[in-house]
Design a binder for this molecule. Structure first.
Ligand SMILES: [Zn+2]
Length: 307
């Protein structure tokens, strides 16, 4: 969990952070988060803060802040921090889906500055995204839109945490490639991924697979190729559907893992989209780095304060 004071130019001050530790329970996490917000707002005179914006992983109803079976936040189902934050800080509080607010931040201050039609996909432990159409974020019912990680690309494939078989997340996320590597190792396949994880399959993460691929390991390269092919299908389909001005890839796996394969990824997307659509939407790396969530949360807070 991170917090910061953000001004209207997107400049961050008073950064504070703490571990989320979802296992400590929701109430402890909420108190810890409110304390972070207090640290971030120190030194500001009364009335000097427009609003509180929160960026969070989901699925979450962004109107109420209520989580619905969030896969990486065990025990947070049906709970919300929003009332506690608003009451403790006596400020308008708005909740945002992490990938959607990242898209908003990139369009306001980052690589998509000034653009109105933006697709942002974050490839990290999981895969999600945010879409801006005609300058407005696509929220969907209860703010649930943007789970392009669960578009199925291999109908016979393995099921994800959410229960869909062969979705993009299973094939191309950091968690997905790590799980597939573990399964193939258990089936007897030889790979340097195992030695890079100290011989313990449980320590394999997405980064381990990309490290092995950089060393020319055949299995790792195969996993990366499959990830790129799956991303090409989904991102190409999104280009055809939304006709954006830019297609942004963010997230740790997206930025660091896929960077060496950027031309391959670009070609995979082009092969799965119509000519006019990919010509108009360059593939770009997210520009705002680790601060994208803080900046996006600030963007929706300023918007809320103005309405
Ligand atoms: Zn899925």
């Amino acid at each position: 969990m991170r917090a910061a004071l953000v001004d209207r130019d997107g400049v961050l001050r008073n950064k504070a952070s703490a571990e989320t530790r979802p296992r400590d329970g929701f109430d402890v996490a909420t108190r810890r988060f409110v304390e972070l917000l207090r640290q971030a707002s120190r030194g500001v005179p009364p009335g000097g803060i427009a609003a509180v914006g929160v960026s969070s992983a989901g699925p979450m109803d962004t109107t109420t802040g209520v989580y619905y079976n969030p896969p990486n936040l065990h025990g947070w189902d049906r709970k919300t921090m929003k009332p506690e934050i608003a009451a403790s800080l006596r400020l308008t509080t708005v909740m945002g889906h992490d990938a959607r607010v990242a898209a908003i931040a990139e369009a306001r201050w980052g690589v998509a500055r000034g653009m109105k039609n933006v697709i942002y996909v974050t490839v990290s432990t999981g895969i999600g995204g945010g879409i801006l159409v005609d300058g407005r974020p696509v929220n969907g019912v209860q703010g649930l839109a943007g789970e392009m990680g669960h578009i199925v690309v291999d109908p016979g494939g393995t099921a994800c945490n959410g229960g869909c078989r062969g979705c993009l997340e299973v094939i191309a996320s950091g968690g997905g490639v790590a799980n597939t590597a573990r399964r193939r190792i258990a089936a007897g396949e030889k790979t340097r991924i195992l030695e890079l994880s100290g011989g313990d399959p449980e320590r394999i993460v997405g980064r381990t697979v990309f490290e092995a691929a950089a060393l020319g390991d055949a299995m790792a390269l195969d996993l990366v190729e499959r990830a790129i092919a799956a991303l090409g299908i989904v991102l190409g389909g999104l280009l055809n559907t939304f006709a954006p001005e830019i297609l942004i890839v963010g997230g740790s796996v997206g930025i660091e893992g896929l960077r060496p394969y950027w031309d391959r990824l670009d070609a995979a997307i082009r092969s799965r989209s119509l000519l006019r659509y990919h010509e108009k939407a360059p593939l770009a790396i997210a520009a705002l780095g680790d601060d994208v969530g803080l900046m996006g949360a600030a963007a929706i807070a300023f918007d809320a304060a103005e309405t």
